[in-house]
Design a protein around this ligand. Structure first.
Ligand code: NAX
Length: 325
């Protein structure tokens, strides 16, 4: 089988470290799929990246054909079939959220241009670095030779967190839970929705008859799970984020029976205005994804979905200067 090329930005960071060995071992693209890794870091990140590359070599992965490290975007994205945009500027002390949005938008505008110029035709891009949805919007807007569908913003970690909590509450294995949806932004306004969820094939709301938990504790705990991990670990989620990125790409590429939430270009469905990277449930038959449409939306859900949409509109407005008209 010919190799597939995977580019990863921020490859020497926490998530990168947890991600690369698993890609190299075939967990993302299949246990018989050779891969080439192209790792992109800042100039300062090149020294730690060298150490990560040594460890990849020391892993002696049979599926890993080659590893390249660079801070040149077009070289890093050259002929990439999949690009995982993980590296981003972290929030520094005294920085307003709008400053963070602008700083990251500038990074993702450059990456969009380089992807458009250099990546393989039909490649897929997963944006992990925050603010993931708006970074995806900026990258896609700056990639004239690519389709918006090629850019996905990651909300899979939020979905996995929600599935874990639902399984725990119901006392079942997480594999028995499906149709959990994350709507909107990968932020504290996201709406983790159980109104269509199933537990062991039964409607979750018939299994868990605790409306207060379903629309109260559950929702706020998923929204704040990142902060809960930071408080306990003293560092942000990394291994679980890497795992979610692997799950997202694997399910789109190899297919999955389960719905997967992905931040994709809103197309007006569910009353969400166009032009935002808004997380919706997607079906993954293999090699592509399609939005799940036509789900009934109750009044509470509509309100929650509009709140997270409003945040994405505000984010988009604050980076308008980086969106080519
Ligand atoms: P780290 O700070 O450990 O690593 C980031 C790495 O990116 C560093 O090595 C840095 O040198 C590199 N980098 C920065 N700017 C770059 C650029 N322009 N080009 C290439 N490399 C660059 O952060 P980590 O914990 O790995 O998190 C990475 C990003 O993921 C952050 O933005 C974080 O907020 C985001 N997350 C997103 C999640 C999601 O579900 N979408 C969840 C986890 C995580 O919080």
């Amino acid at each position: 089988m010919p190799p597939l090329t995977v580019a990863v930005t921020g490859a020497a960071g926490q998530i990168g470290y947890a991600l690369l060995m698993r890609i190299a071992s075939g967990e993302m693209l299949g246990k018989d799929q050779p891969v080439r890794l192209q790792l992109i870091e800042t100039k300062q990140g090149m020294a730690p990246l060298k150490g990560v590359m040594m460890e990849l070599e020391d892993g002696a992965f049979p599926l890993l054909e080659s590893v390249k490290g660079t801070s040149d975007l077009e070289e890093g994205f050259g002929d990439a079939n999949f690009s995982l945009l993980v590296g981003a500027m972290p929030r520094k002390q005294g920085m307003e959220r709008s400053d963070l949005l602008s700083a990251n938008a500038a990074i993702f505008a450059d990456q969009g241009k380089a992807l458009s110029a250099a990546a393989a035709p039909g490649s897929r891009v997963l944006i992990v670095g925050n603010p993931a949805n708006t970074n995806a919007l900026v990258a896609a807007a700056n990639a004239p030779d690519m389709l918006p569908e090629q850019f996905m913003a990651m909300t899979r970690l939020d979905q996995s967190r929600a599935e874990g909590m639902l399984a725990e509450k119901a006392g079942v294995d997480v594999k028995d839970v499906d149709r959990v949806i994350i709507w909107g932004n990968h932020s504290a306004t996201q709406y983790p929705d159980l109104s269509h969820a199933r537990i062991g094939g039964k409607w979750a709301k018939d299994v868990i008859k605790d409306e207060k938990w379903l629309t109260g504790d559950f929702v706020s705990r998923v929204q704040k799970r990142g902060a809960e991990v930071i408080a306990a670990r003293g560092a942000s989620s990394a291994a679980s984020a890497a795992s979610a990125a692997i799950d997202n790409i694997r399910d789109v590429h190899l297919g999955s029976e389960k719905w997967q939430s992905i931040g994709v270009l809103s197309d007006g469905s569910y009353g969400i205005g166009g032009g935002l990277w808004y997380s919706v449930p997607c079906a993954c038959p293999g090699l592509h994804y399609t939005r799940v449409k036509g789900l009934p939306i109750d009044e509470y859900s509509a309100k929650m979905m509009n709140t997270t949409e409003a945040e994405l509109v505000a984010e988009r407005d604050s980076v308008r200067h980086l969106l080519p008209s």
